[in-house]
Design a protein around this ligand. Sequence first.
Ligand SMILES: Cc1cc2nc3c(=O)[nH]c(=O)nc-3n(C[C@H](O)[C@H](O)[C@H](O)COP(=O)(O)OP(=O)(O)OC[C@H]3O[C@@H](n4cnc5c(N)ncnc54)[C@H](O)[C@@H]3O)c2cc1C
Length: 380
Amino acid sequence: MLSATETADLVAMVTSFAQDVVAPRVAEYDAAEHLPKDLLEQMRDLGLFGGTVPEDLGGAGLDHVTYAAIIEAMSTVDHCLGVLMSMPSALVGSGLLAYGTPEQQKTWLAPLAAGEIFGAAGVTEPQSGSNVAAMETTYRRDGEGFVINGAKTWITNIDIASFVITFATSDRSLGRKGVSAFVIPIDTPGLTTAPFKNKLGFRPLCSGEVSLNEVRLGPEALLGTEGDGYRIAMGAVERGRLSVASRAVGLAQGCLDDCVRYAQERVIGGTAIADHQMTQAKLAQMAVEIHAARLLVRDCARAMDGGSRARTEASMAKMYAADVAQRVATEAVQIHGAYGVSPEFRVGRAYRDAKVFQLVEGTNEIHRLLIARSLLHPRR
Ligand SMILES: Cc1cc2nc3c(=O)[nH]c(=O)nc-3n(C[C@H](O)[C@H](O)[C@H](O)COP(=O)(O)OP(=O)(O)OC[C@H]3O[C@@H](n4cnc5c(N)ncnc54)[C@H](O)[C@@H]3O)c2cc1C
């Protein structure tokens, strides 16, 4: 656990990198729908992919509170880079950490945490988005190995990933108990990708389809034991939700910062719009909601630092922070008037991205269901 001063120093370092190096370039690479390689290399050199992965496995060994805080800091400028910062600790790496063999950790997790390679996590399928256990991708045993057939969709990082962690069932009638997890090198014969272009938001990230057609794997591709897949997927998305929530808070904070500045600069008929009480009320509401979302993120991070599962904390933080980001970004465009839709200001991009936070890593409807379930049917 870092001291408060050490955490603050790391946040300051990420903030100045985000503002000095990333900010001048985001609009351009958002329009180009591509993350610049040299930016990722600079992040690698700063150790920004190490996250909560233990130091002896090549990571930074951060506590979750610090990890969430640096992702928030990056996301005040560009949350898409926050996605990449989180993947080794969350969606892609957490299964490798909890279930990987020493060989799998050495081959995939260590270079991932060092920023030498990137990975992708393929959970969502065309016909089973919110209901992961209903997946249609299947595997069968083939001697010591496995053969996988099926398709995943909306999978992020397919342009830069060296491997995909994905999930398949041996028997659909077994539901979640039939699901196993696999680590598949991206160049494995039978695996093909097809990126989606011109998305509403999250444009610099490359998301698309992963097709698996008679993909033959050796025994070393199995993550955990057969039947562990659903648990691995849920553990990974739980970690991922902390990151989504941190990124949503960062995006909202960036909008508020812009609004505070713009409202004082924009003078209409001799009056700065910041002098209107209605503008002040909007700023105050934004500030309170962002603060509340940040506290939920910290609460979730602390629960994870305590070593426990944090299912409900993660759902609360993700759901609330995503809703706050969407409300704040909408008001931010409103405060900027017509300039809010101009590429000259970044609140328009935040508005497009904020909507997507309500969809990814479990839609906000699913999180409401999960939170309600924890109330109505508490786990003992
Ligand atoms: C930019 C982007 C990046 C992504 N990256 C990844 C990735 O890297 N890996 C990955 O695996 N996935 C990824 N996803 C997919 C994402 O996780 C899914 O979109 C999400 O889980 C929802 O699934 P779906 O889109 O199929 O929606 P559906 O499940 O079809 O849901 C459609 C609507 O129905 C509602 N709904 C569904 N079931 C219920 C219910 N039981 N009760 C109430 N309402 C319900 C939903 O809330 C939603 O409003 C990404 C998506 C996007 C947009």
